[in-house]
Every structure is written in C-alpha cells, then in structure tokens.
Design a protein around this ligand. Structure first.
Ligand code: GTP
Ligand code: MG
Length: 253
C-alpha cells in the first residue's frame, strides 16, 4: 500500500562556533555561508548578551537571505545559553529547521566568552573553536576544553601574524600537541587556500553526520570562574558535570 506520509526529514547538522570575543566567529560563519550556500541549505543562530549585533552583521554581509539568520539574546553570560540551559537555543534551531526544511546545516555562534566556554552536545552535533593570532602565540598551548577537544580548532587571522610577532607554524604545532593530533586549521579569510580547507572540513563533517558516522562528543565543562551580579557582588560559578553551582565569592585578599 502506498505510504502517503511525508518522508522523515533529516535533521540538520548543528555546528557550533565558539571562542573568545573578537576572534572571528561571525566572519567564519560569513565565509562559510558565502562559499557553501550554493550547495547546502543553511541557517544561522547567533547569541549575544544584550543585542542582536552578530545577526545584524551577518544579515548586512548579504551571505544568506536575512530571515535565515536569527538572534538569541541570552540576557546572561553567553556560556549559560550554550552549555547549562540550552532551551532558548534549541527552540531557535528547531524553529529554523521547521521554517526552512530541509536544512543541511545550522551554524550556532556562541557569544564571545572566555577561553573555556564550550557548547553542550545537547545543542550541537559538532563544534569549531576559534582562536586568533592577535590573542598571542602561546594561547593554543594553554589548553582548556574548547582548545583541546572541539572537533576543529581554527587559528584565525594568520594574515596578521607578522604584525603581532606570532609564528603560525609553531602555534599550529603547539595546538596540535594540546589536541593530541585532532585537526587544527590556520585560517585567514584573505587567503583562499585556507578558506577552501575550512569549507572542505565542513563538507566532510556534514557528510559524516548524514551518514551517521559522527558521534557528538562533549569537550567538557568550563573551568570554575567568577561572575559579577547586577548589584556588583560577585559569585563563584562552576560547571562540574551535570551540576551547576553558585557560591558567594571569597573576599579579595
Ligand atoms: N585581518 C583579519 N581580520 C579578521 C579576520 N577574520 C575576522 N577579522 C576581523 O576581526 C574582527 C572581529 O571579527 P568577528 O567575526 O566580528 O569576531 P567575533 O568572534 O564574531 O566577535 P564577537 O562576536 O564580538 O565575539 C572584525 O574586525 C573582523 O573584520 C581575518 O581573517 N583577518
Ligand atoms: Mg560575532
């Protein structure tokens, strides 16, 4: 008997882009959209604390129809919405997948945060962590969950390396050692060969996702850190396994 039900739609590859403030996350997404939108059906979710600045930047870049780029305003430290309670982001991703079905990839940009913020595997299937040479050549050696265990580590803005005295080859070598051989890509949006390598990695990850060959992995929780409340008081904050605890901060000595 013929089956009139619609065929099950394949869920998109949800690909997170994390990394410290200003390292080039939005630019990486713009570059990927510019290069891949002709072959893959793409949507984008951005995360900002108080604004939709990243979404507006991407819309103005004209790399995708603007309705495919949606902003989540987290209203709290960005890592909270990509790690502890991903509900806002999950709803945004699912709405986008439904409105533009079938999407191949949804890029989720994390708000710029500290070096250790990573996505929960409940939100994304794979994640790219973006560093840049301007943050210093030794950053890659310092490790942390995103640097060590993201699916891809990008060392961005290598066109600036000579101005900030960074040896890109050494930085990539250090990062590769910190990642025990997991992939590291030196990138500049001004160097086409590096852009093509980034696109090739994303195509490869998408194919693995479609073929059921990719298992999302958790890079691990971020390091304990301090937050300032609106009243100016700070509290200690840790993300250990499933628990998420706040304690009053110790007085500075
Ligand atoms: N020279 C150079 N500049 C770049 C490159 N990629 C990004 N930039 C610049 O770096 C700055 C920050 O880029 P964004 O893409 O906005 O960085 P971001 O990580 O999204 O920033 P936040 O969302 O604010 O954390 C911008 O001025 C970009 O033009 C690159 O490959 N080379
Ligand atoms: Mg951005």
């Amino acid at each position: 008997m013929p089956d009139n039900h619609e065929p099950a739609k394949t869920r998109s590859l949800r690909l997170g882009i994390a990394g410290p403030v200003g390292t080039g996350k939005s630019s990486v997404i713009a570059t990927l959209c510019r290069n891949l939108a002709g072959e893959l059906n793409i949507g984008v979710i951005t995360n900002d604390i108080y604004t939709d600045e990243d979404a507006r930047f991407l819309r103005s870049a004209g790399v995708l129809p603007s309705e495919r780029i949606r902003a989540v305003e987290t209203g709290a430290c960005p890592h909270t919405a990509i790690r502890d309670d991903v509900t806002m982001n999950l709803i945004a991703v699912e709405d986008l997948e439904q409105d533009f079905a079938p999407l191949d990839i949804v890029f989720v940009e994390s708000g710029g945060d500290n070096l250790t913020a990573t996505f929960s595997p409940a939100l994304v299937d794979a994640q790219i962590f973006v560093l840049d040479v301007a943050g210093g050549g030794d950053v890659a050696r310092k490790g942390g969950p995103g640097i060590a265990r993201a699916d891809l580590l990008v060392v961005n803005k290598i066109d600036l390396a000579e101005y900030v005295d960074v040896d890109v080859e050494q930085m990539v070598k250090d990062a590769t050692a910190a990642r025990e051989g997991a992939p590291v890509l030196a990138l500049s949006r001004k160097q086409e060969d590096t852009v093509q390598k980034l696109c090739a990695w994303v195509r490869w990850m998408h194919a693995r996702h479609v073929n059921g060959e990719h298992t999302p992995t958790d890079p691990g929780p971020m390091a304990p850190h301090f937050h300032a409340d609106e009243d100016g008081k700070s509290h200690f904050h840790s993300h250990d396994g499933d628990s998420h605890t706040h304690e009053p901060a110790r007085e500075p000595s």
